[in-house]
Design a protein around this ligand. Structure first.
Ligand code: SAM
Length: 479
């Protein structure tokens, strides 16, 4: 029990006014004061669940499936490992095979699962640090196009780094107030997730000070922002499209009332899609409207709220806007395309690339095909993945070619052992057990997942890890 968890009386008085009859306030306080179980999501872009389960067995990692997400697990590592090696420095984390994600935070993308099966264009309107963006990308199997938007510039950088680590290739990042989407990208998306900024009342188990600045007025203030965002999201949704709204807070002011506002604004064009059958046991958290109101004591998780809506018909939007300014990329020169594709086929055995090759100055980018219909609508902070830089003799490959496309390679790959991987992530060259006659670039893998590039050099592989990703911390081994 964490008795230092700050739970103000005014907050508890407010909670008492809306806690459902089948729950009680004592259990709620006890849950808020008990430590949170750690959960991880297997990134199926890099590792199968079967391979993860095998890894856990071999390494004495105890796992318990999260009932609402087939790739989610509560995880307990051996005590001495837990004390000596942060999870972020383990090989599964460094290779992007897992994402540390709170179990209830896996629910909003799962609520979109059926819609994603036939979605080409998807928007994650408030995306950083990207746990749900990478979950959505994995659910889309890197197909279609996923626009991940974030207002805060420092958080856009974290989002970009996470997408690289997780091998996400179908994503474009933008950096706007989410309120612009309804006007600039009116009725463009098949599915939208709005994981809204909120007062974070459900996060107190992770952050004992989460309620330090709690006030009813701040709930009311932030609900105004949420209403603007949810309205914009609904406008940006195609008729027939699906919107999921979520928060990690408990108050109805930021949850049910925001949904009621949306239903009232677009009456006749919107339907609630009830979530009571999302997974076995979902009924325990379902509200009378069909939303999931996940209290921390129900599933021993953080608090969360999830609502799902269908847009049943087109709506009016006299405020639609068109972006000015030219698109800064051009289609790749045909000769360069032939020589580049020829090189990766001959050297790595990569037979084809899914997407469109574009250039900007010397940069070579791979865009998801589906991006074409959206590429001129707004300015993006980052589009697709940068896979190379051109120079007079051809193309120098970039790190992301390996992390996002390395699984396609059949030749010139090296499966690193733990020592080699430690050296790699610390920016050192990698010693080889036996000299090699191979030359040129090599894709390095860890736990079966591609993690970066190097260059064969007889007794070693020269390290090409970008300097900003080099870490001096203790990595991987803990004994
Ligand atoms: N979906 C994220 C994930 O799963 O990793 C968490 C998102 S967090 C709940 C909300 C995010 O919205 C924050 O990163 C915040 O900076 C961003 N944000 C705040 N106001 C915004 C706005 N007006 N438009 C877009 N994003 C906003």
């Amino acid at each position: 029990m964490n008795t230092s968890t700050y739970i103000p009386e005014s907050f508890l008085a407010d909670v008492k006014s809306y806690i459902p009859d089948h729950l009680n306030i004592e259990d709620f306080v006890a849950a808020c004061q008990s430590p949170l179980r750690r959960s991880v999501r297997v990134n199926t872009l890099k590792m199968s669940v079967a391979a993860f389960e095998q890894y856990c067995q071999l390494n004495d990692w105890q796992i318990e499936p999260v009932p609402w997400c087939e790739n989610g697990f509560w995880l307990t590592r051996p005590e001495d490992e837990e004390e000596n090696l942060p999870i972020g420095n383990t090989e599964l984390h460094l290779s992007g095979c897992i994402y540390v994600q709170e179990a209830s935070s896996m629910l909003p993308p799962m609520a979109l699962a059926d819609a994603l099966e036939h979605s080409l264009c998807v928007l994650d309107m408030a995306a950083a640090p990207g746990s749900k963006t990478s979950q959505l990308a994995a659910m889309m199997n890197n197909q279609g196009v996923l626009i991940a938007n974030e207002l805060s510039s420092s958080r856009v950088k974290v989002l970009a780094a996470n997408m690289k680590r997780m091998g996400v290739a179908n994503c474009a990042l933008s950096h706007f107030n989410g309120t612009i989407f309804g006007d600039y990208m009116f009725e463009c998306f098949d599915s939208i997730l709005l994981d809204a900024p909120c007062s974070g009342e459900g996060t107190v188990r992770k952050d004992a000070d989460a309620l330090k600045n709690w006030s009813l007025q701040s709930n009311i203030d932030i609900s105004d922002v949420q209403k603007q965002l949810i309205r914009s999201a609904f406008l940006a949704l195609k008729p027939g499209g699906t919107l999921v709204y979520s928060t990690c807070t408990l108050t109805p002011i930021e949850n049910q009332a925001v949904c009621a506002y949306l239903l009232e604004q677009f009456a006749g064009h919107i339907e609630v899609e009830p979530l009571d059958e999302l997974f076995d046991g979902a009924q325990r958290a379902t509200t009378e409207q069909g939303y999931l109101h996940v209290w921390p004591q129900i599933f021993d998780s953080e608090g969360f709220f999830i609502a799902k809506f269908k847009k049943v018909g087109s709506v009016e939007n006299p405020e639609q806007k068109i972006k000015k300014g030219a698109f800064p990329f051009i289609a790749i020169d045909a000769k360069l395309q032939t020589s580049f594709l020829g090189y990766i086929k001959k050297h790595f055995g990569i037979k084809s690339l899914n997407g469109t090759l574009m250039t900007r100055d010397k940069e070579l980018w791979l865009f998801p095909d589906a991006l074409e219909q959206l590429q001129n609508k707004i300015k993006y902070a980052r589009l697709g993945i940068q896979i190379g830089t051109t120079h007079k003799n051809g193309v120098r490959l970039e790190h992301e070619l390996a992390t996002a496309l390395g699984h396609l390679a059949a030749d010139n790959t090296l499966a690193m052992d733990q020592q080699q991987a430690c050296d790699y992530f610390q920016g050192k060259d990698i010693r080889l057990a036996h000299p090699t006659t191979k030359t040129g670039e090599v894709i390095l893998t860890l736990c079966g997942a591609p993690v970066g590039l190097g260059k064969w050099q007889k007794n070693k592989v020269k390290n090409s890890l970008p300097r900003d990703l080099v870490s001096n911390a203790q990595l991987i081994t803990w004994v």
